[in-house]
Design a protein around this ligand. Structure first.
Ligand code: THU
Length: 146
């Protein structure tokens, strides 16, 4: 694997994290959109949590995979995510490793709360793409401006 600048784990590569996101996406509850999103969040000591999107007949109640990850993370007593991989694919396409699934604006805000320096891994035709969250959501809302 080529060196990834600032990548926080020796053991789990960005591609590994994408695979774990994809595994979670397979468990998504998506009877309405049939669009499966998976997230895998990396912490110190190579700990990982997985999450998926959960839809509802009342559409607005739907929970995105990334915000589900935030809820799971906090519920498990974790507060410092270092990276998150996100995959998305429609049931008819099943092409998780080629299609980018950028986190929506609300999820970017929810993730920023815990670590604006978090790395965000997305799948693409050319392999794993790594972004810094603070560049995906510049000038984000905070009650504690610098
Ligand atoms: N979705 C996510 O899980 N994360 C995002 O960042 C964007 C959208 C989900 C919500 C819904 O279940 C499906 O994708 C289609 O919008």
């Amino acid at each position: 694997m080529a060196a990834k600048p600032n990548w926080p784990s020796e053991k789990i590569s960005p591609e590994d994290l994408l695979s774990l996101a994809r595994e979670a996406a397979d468990r998504a509850y998506v009877p309405y959109s049939r669009y499966h999103v998976g997230a895998a969040m990396l912490f110190e000591n190579d700990e990982v949590i997985q999450a998926c999107n959960v839809e509802n007949a009342s559409y607005g109640v739907t929970i995105c995979a990334e915000r589900a990850a935030v809820v799971i993370m906090v519920s498990q007593g974790k507060r410092n995510p270092l990276a998150i991989a996100v995959t998305g694919s429609h049931e008819d396409s099943d092409d998780y490793f080629r299609i980018e699934c950028p986190p929506c604006g609300a999820c970017r805000q929810a993730l920023t709360e815990f670590n604006p320096n978090m790395l965000v891994v997305m799948a693409s035709k050319d392999g794993a793409k790594i972004f810094e969250l603070k560049k995906l959501l510049p000038h984000s809302f905070t009650l504690d401006p610098e």
